[in-house]
Design a protein around this ligand. Structure first.
Ligand SMILES: *Cc1c(COP(=O)(O)O)cnc(C)c1O
Length: 401
């Protein structure tokens, strides 16, 4: 199909819920993507923090094709080795004693909410179903995950939401203290708010949440779907904060682009889940799990994480330099290779201009540019991105006179 034909046909036959850029991608290699016209793009989106190892990495191709010749799926009625190996490497390298696999971030959140309610039903009583979430958060699109998402714009047309959700302000412990009660079963929070605009939690805030949960016998659920698995330069974001969560949700980068979500939990919580309480047909299939095992193995390597930290630091430094040059740039926030930069001009204009120059960038919140490149990025790629950004800001400046 011709490029134009693909775009026109999509508009006719696919549900119109994605406002897509008019680019058709055909292949990718490393940190670059190529479109149907042969144009090359430096990928600073990574499929929304999914392609941590860039595109078409040969080690992943080998693992995938090897497993594809053996067994793809056998259901969770039986055991399979890749799933067990993946669970083991996650347990061996985290706070968790148990893992559950599903197929997306939303599903991981949904499962975590169910587990929290089951835990409260068993340890307190079934009226303890309240969940505290945060304004500006994002946890997914199913009714449960949507109810945890503290952004009314996502609710429009889908009410009533699930009962029992309350919203506090991020980085404002007092607003949580006001809501918490003996009816609370969990607090769910992104240690770094992603979709909301890249806002890292303050140390005192996350520590305060941990203590509040402890004192009120409710669970601390960390949604590390976007920020976790190496993006900040640690395998898990909670490590930066020196706290231990009760539940962590993972997804985006976990299987290098294949769909997978995971729920990590402690034995104390896991004990309250009985056979048949939760499940998934596809979750943790041998094909996806074999790829995910290599992802976790490669990320948890110390020198790999050190490079992420160094490059994240370099990216922030270069953006800070850019800010000295352009008054259009406001605050810069982030940890490792998860960085947000506020702009006081139309953020969509800058992003469109970057795409024209062959650089893919994403928005977060209302006026924040989001930098979530593949974790294998090198300094030269960051320099290349900065050059393209300079062009984009100069162009917007010209247009605005
Ligand atoms: C993307 C995201 C989700 C939802 O994940 P899906 O795989 O799109 O269902 C949930 N929480 C956070 C923090 C996310 O960034």
């Amino acid at each position: 199909m011709l490029t134009k034909e693909i775009i026109e046909t999509e508009k006719r036959v696919h549900l119109q819920t994605y406002l897509r850029s008019e680019i058709v991608f055909t292949h990718g290699k490393g940190v670059y993507l190529y479109d149907s016209e042969g144009k090359r793009y430096l990928d600073f989106i990574s499929g929304i923090a999914v392609n941590a190892f860039g595109h078409c990495d040969e080690q992943f191709q080998r693992v995938l094709t090897k497993q594809a010749a053996k067994l793809w799926h056998c259901s969770n009625l039986y055991y399979s080795e890749p799933q067990v190996r993946l669970a083991k490497i996650l347990v061996d390298n985290s706070f968790a004693d148990k893992v559950f696999f599903c197929n997306s971030g939303t599903e991981a959140v949904e499962g975590a909410l169910k587990i929290a309610r089951k835990y409260a039903t068993s340890t307190k009583d079934e009226n303890c179903f309240d969940i505290i979430a945060f304004n500006r958060s994002f946890h997914g699109r199913t009714i449960g995950a949507l109810s945890a998402t503290g952004q009314p714009k996502f609710w429009e047309g889908f009410k009533p939401l699930l009962a029992g959700f309350e919203y506090a302000n991020f980085n404002d412990l007092e607003s949580v203290e006001k809501l918490i009660s003996e009816k609370t079963c969990a607090i769910i929070v992104e240690p770094i708010q992603g979709e909301g605009g890249i806002y890292p939690a303050e140390i005192e805030f996350l520590n305060g949440l941990r203590e509040l949960c402890h004192n009120n016998r409710c669970l601390l659920i960390l949604d590390e779907i976007q920020c976790g698995l190496g993006r900040t330069g640690n395998l898990f974001v909670y490590e930066h904060y020196g706290i231990l969560p009760d539940i962590v949700t993972l997804a985006k980068p976990i299987a290098a682009g294949l769909p997978m979500g995971a729920i990590l939990l402690t034995d104390t919580v896991a004990k309250q889940i009985k056979y048949g309480d939760h499940g998934s047909t596809f979750g943790g299939s041998p094909l996806v799990a074999s790829v995910a095992e290599l992802v976790v193995e490669r990320i948890h390597d110390k020198s790999f994480l050190k490079r992420v930290k160094e490059n994240g630091h370099y990216l922030i430094t270069q953006l800070e330099n850019l800010r000295l040059r352009f008054e259009e740039i406001g605050s810069i926030r982030g940890i490792g290779l998860m960085v947000g930069m506020d702009v006081n001009v139309d953020v969509n204009k800058i992003i469109r201009s970057c795409a024209e120059n062959g650089l893919l960038l994403l928005k977060a919140g209302e006026n924040t540019m989001r930098f979530i490149p593949p974790l294998i990025i090198e300094k030269s790629h960051i320099d290349e991105a900065i050059e393209k950004l300079i062009k984009a800001f100069e162009k917007v400046r010209e247009e605005n006179g």
